[in-house]
Design a protein around this ligand. Sequence first.
Ligand SMILES: Cc1ncc(C[n+]2csc(CCOP(=O)(O)OP(=O)(O)O)c2C)c(N)n1
Ligand SMILES: [Mg+2]
Length: 597
Amino acid sequence: MASETVSDFLISRINEWGLKRIYGYPGDGINGIIGALDRADGAVEYVQVRHEELAAFMACAHAKFTGEVGICLATSGPGAIHLLNGLYDAKMDHAGVVAIVGQQARAALGGHYQQEVDLISLFKDVAHEYVHMASTPAQVRHLVDRAIRIAKAERTVTCLIIPNDVQEMPAVEKAPRKHGTVHSGVGYSAPRVIPKDRDLRRAADVLNEGKKVAMLVGAGALGATDEVIEAAQTLGAGVAKALLGKAAIPDDVPFCTGPIGLLGSKPSWDMMTECDTLLIVGSSFPYSEFLPKEGQARGVQIDIDAKMLSIRYPTEVNLVGDSAETLRALMPLLKRKEDRSWQKKIENEMADWWKTLEARAMNDANPINPQRVFWELSPRLPDNCILSSDSGSAANWFARDLKVRRGMMASLSGNLATMGPGVPYAVSAKFAWPDRPVIALVGDGAMLMNGINCLITIAHYWKEWSDPRLIVLVLANRDLNQVTWEQRVMAGDPKYKCSQVVPEFSFARYAELLGLRGIRVETPDRIGPAWDEALSSDRPVVYEAVTDPEVPTLPPHITFEQAKHFMGSMVKGDPHLGHMIKQTFKDAIESVLPHKE
Ligand SMILES: Cc1ncc(C[n+]2csc(CCOP(=O)(O)OP(=O)(O)O)c2C)c(N)n1
Ligand SMILES: [Mg+2]
């Protein structure tokens, strides 16, 4: 189809870039673009969301789950403002997203006009690598080309602002050949980035000299599973995973110590406190207190982005490179550690830790222990499934209790740690991979924030997906639980009901109302059978688990003594004090008991 208006050209150019889906919400700031999407007749699919923030989360998840650039579309003023949180999520997790937003007509700008917001300034932080407004049709070709290429190459957010009058003008596909015009083209192919030999040798020297090597992998290692495992085997190392690197190596690898940090494992903590060498691959895991003390270990870091090097630990050798390629180039220089005792120790500790987790999951709670919901899901995870988690207590159990296997994907809002991405990430995963089962793990607070609205979108679209399985687990604990625990443990404050308790809402019944399946699980014996039902359902399911908010989200290194101490130091007056202390002790005791057969 020959492009007619600027908007028609915009859509056909997006199509030329190979991008086939836009998540959006209309408004009179983008009527021209919506009209063009209609005329394009499905060449670019339009997915209608319930709130622009959800469109941005979906575009972000599209980038995370496909490696393509995600696109979201919103109207001027309010619609554009609504995108922001989802765009920051993408920016902070290095997901390539293009935001396309409308603007009032050029002649009105600067006139305190209806819905006129200074969008260049508004997006100047989140999209600082590239935010531009089209003031004439001849700009649009290079604005689109550059916004997509920069989003992809820099793994960041870019933004195009198109005033509504420009949208309706005749397209200028080819600027005249004269001074002051720009002639751009489509296409991007990632380069091969490998450090220099000299630097690889310096890295190998550090790693070869170490006796107790710890590895930390993150999102940047997601495409380097075999290389990470091989390097760890050669170095006799253990491998801890930052949250976004959950799927980087399978959890049944015996020297994988699972998560790190506040929601980490004890073996990751012990490994970091005892290692003499640290190899970080594709991770900017933020909390340095969970890494070795400065001076304790010599460090090597691999990252595709030099900006991310040596900011959490003063690593001695900093390699700019693709994780898989760099590890492959490093391998021939590494000497296999003959002494395997360090890795063996890690493997033993990890075997013990899995037993601790099982024991914690099986502790009684009132009525359901949330850990058990995850523990029982874990062996039932379908091959190739895609997992999303929200921010909240779910992220702890997602990180610790689920054993991901090869072929699975898993993500959440890693760096912004915002509430609200769990369900929209899952929807986006279904659009990208309609034949794969998808499971979202979400708290009741996040559901009430935006998840229940997103269920309406699921109800609207699920029949288009070849495998209808999309399960939303809701931890119905009537609490903003993650923060309730943070307030108790970090500030020593009791639970302030007015701020922490969320209203009663029947998530399962609401799902049924929408034509989805709703399963409410109120007793521990129902947990497993309900997962079986959900995973064999012929339609999307809301799995509402009535869980106990007094099960602590304890940091991994808290010992029984420390637990007693912080409980003792808590101010009195928590309405749930007795039950909570009992629950905390149960979990803390599980960590210090040896789990021998
Ligand atoms: C947009 C946003 N608002 C507030 C927070 C702070 N916060 C983090 S987790 C959390 C509680 C989440 O509650 P819920 O979704 O019910 O999960 P739970 O921890 O209870 O399982 C809050 C308020 C945040 N991360 N993001
Ligand atoms: Mg909750």
